[in-house]
Write a protein that binds this ligand. Structure first.
Ligand SMILES: [Fe+2]
Length: 280
């Protein structure tokens, strides 16, 4: 087991964004040389040989302990988190007119406690035609399991994991996702997936923004559900609860209903019921 610690890099707003959407994309954070070495490694070897990649120092330093990617994981999982012991490559053949079925990854269960992260690394640039992973933002609160979501077709409001080479995505493990349709006939798409685990209790020790006012950013709590399928502001409440859990202040989560916190109100209105540890 490899344990890692580093400077947390996410801000309050970014943590709130992760809570709401269930994922966070860090565009192009891995350097070009590491991206190229990774693609060469994957092109030369069978996927059964992938574990060797975890023991390559250039890969561990450039990807697993990458200051931005690991700093984000450190922000969400706390100090001394556990680095992956397995890694998988999701090769996407091109073209492939059939998307993979919607699913939630195995080993996940629905809880407000964030014990591990599912992370994706794109060693190549990924365009919409290359079958990028597609997410349903906010679906980590829906309580779906794979056999309940397999049959869905296109869903309104999804997001695709496109981006420059070196992009790393951090996702809540129960987020609904699939490989989307591949339209290009170009080279195979590589997508590396690995998990990191929490070892310490949650605490708000990421980059705390001076004067951060959670009531001033209702859009961050609601952004996960631009086309919500649920009752009024339920997504907002769930995102707020996860945020408070990550702060180590779950005991303060006592939504009052109505327009009280965390319900979004007009920007000029002062909210009632903001948890004590978040008041400015
Ligand atoms: Fe998956």
């Amino acid at each position: 087991m490899h344990i890692h610690d580093c400077q947390p890099t996410l801000t309050d707003l970014q943590v709130m964004e992760f809570c709401s959407r269930g994922y966070l994309a860090l565009e192009g954070v891995v350097d070009d040389e590491t991206n190229q070495r990774t693609v060469e490694y994957l092109n030369r070897r069978d996927d059964s040989e992938l574990l060797g990649l975890l023991t390559e120092e250039w890969f561990a330093e450039g990807v697993l302990r990458n200051p931005r990617a690991a700093g984000a994981a450190r922000s969400l999982l706390g100090a001394h988190f556990v680095l992956p012991h397995v890694i998988a490559n999701h090769r996407g053949k091109c073209p492939d007119p059939e998307p993979v079925a919607w699913h939630c990854d195995g080993y996940s269960w629905h809880t407000i406690e964030l014990k591990h992260l599912m992370m994706f690394y794109l060693p190549q640039a990924c365009t919409p035609d290359m079958g990028p992973t597609e997410f349903v933002p906010g679906s980590h609160f829906l309580g779906g399991t794979s056999h309940l979501v397999h049959h869905y077709g296109n869903i309104v409001g999804t997001a695709k994991a496109t981006g420059a080479a070196g992009t790393v995505l951090l996702t809540e493990p129960t987020l609904w996702h699939r490989r989307s349709r591949t339209r290009t006939s170009g080279p195979v798409r590589h997508l590396l997936k690995y998990h990191c685990w929490r070892q310490s209790p949650p605490v708000r020790d990421w980059v705390i923004e001076e004067g951060f006012d959670p009531a001033a950013h209702p859009e961050q709590l609601m952004m996960g559900a631009p086309l919500s399928y649920r009752r009024n502001v339920q997504d907002c409440h769930d995102a707020a609860e996860l945020f408070l859990w990550l702060c180590g202040r779950h005991d303060e989560f006592e939504p009052l209903g109505g327009p009280g916190w965390p319900c979004p109100v007009g920007p000029s209105l002062r909210q009632f019921g903001i948890p004590p540890s978040l008041q400015v």
